[in-house]
Ligand binder design. Sequence first.
Ligand SMILES: Nc1ncnc2c1ncn2[C@@H]1O[C@H](COP(=O)(O)OP(=O)(O)OP(=O)(O)O)[C@@H](O)[C@H]1O
Ligand SMILES: [Mg+2]
Length: 237
Amino acid sequence: MAGIELIDIHKTYLVDNREIPVLNGINLSLPAGRITVILGQSGCGKTTLLRLTGGLETADSGEIRWESAHKTAFVFQEPRLMPWLTVWENVVFGLSKKETDPGKIEAVIRTVGLSGFEKAYPAQLSGGMQQRAAIARALAYEPTFIMMDEPFAALDYFTREQMQKELLRVQQERSASILFVTHSIDEALILGSQIAVIEKGMVKALYEVKAPQEERNLLEDEMITLKRDIINNLHFI
Ligand SMILES: Nc1ncnc2c1ncn2[C@@H]1O[C@H](COP(=O)(O)OP(=O)(O)OP(=O)(O)O)[C@@H](O)[C@H]1O
Ligand SMILES: [Mg+2]
């Protein structure tokens, strides 16, 4: 299990000699074995925060403290599959021979609903199927921490619901920690143990959702109140 402390994270980009401050002092605890969801307006720095947390980029200042050894996998905002490799080859690409257990790979591909497409190339898949292949690639790595950037955005309502359930199952089975970005408040309420709203490069609001995910009902008063509160916090200007 791996938890992470983000302490006073700052990040400014330079575009065309102009400074674009993106993160202005993010403080956030990502508990081990839990799902932390990030919500916030387009361009507010969610992907940047994910990339920094996962070590793909470095912060200008602040500290990212990992509580224990970790194995991180990413699901990016776009699938990023290798077009010359089949689904199966994409999924096992980062694995050593020893890690490639065909039975496990088959199970992971089944989890994302791509059984029968193992030999298909990315160009032969729909956008949502490609994204599911990217999720399978992340899961096959058996990470302790998964960074997921709007992973279900390209999926239809029912597939998305199915994938949310599968993700919860896999997460609970392995006690994985997840940092999950979405624009869907409902998705945040279905998945999150905690939900952070980012605005102006800082955590504007942090919600804890105590009820176990499998017992949640978005139509219950408590959830509706929480949703309303989050919507108010996402209302800019
Ligand atoms: N590599 C980069 N170089 C320069 N500017 C960048 C870079 N990456 C991101 N930015 C800028 O940082 C800001 C935040 O971008 P980011 O991708 O983190 O937003 P986001 O919250 O993920 O948005 P979305 O919801 O649209 O995916 C934007 O203004 C963007 O232009
Ligand atoms: Mg983004």
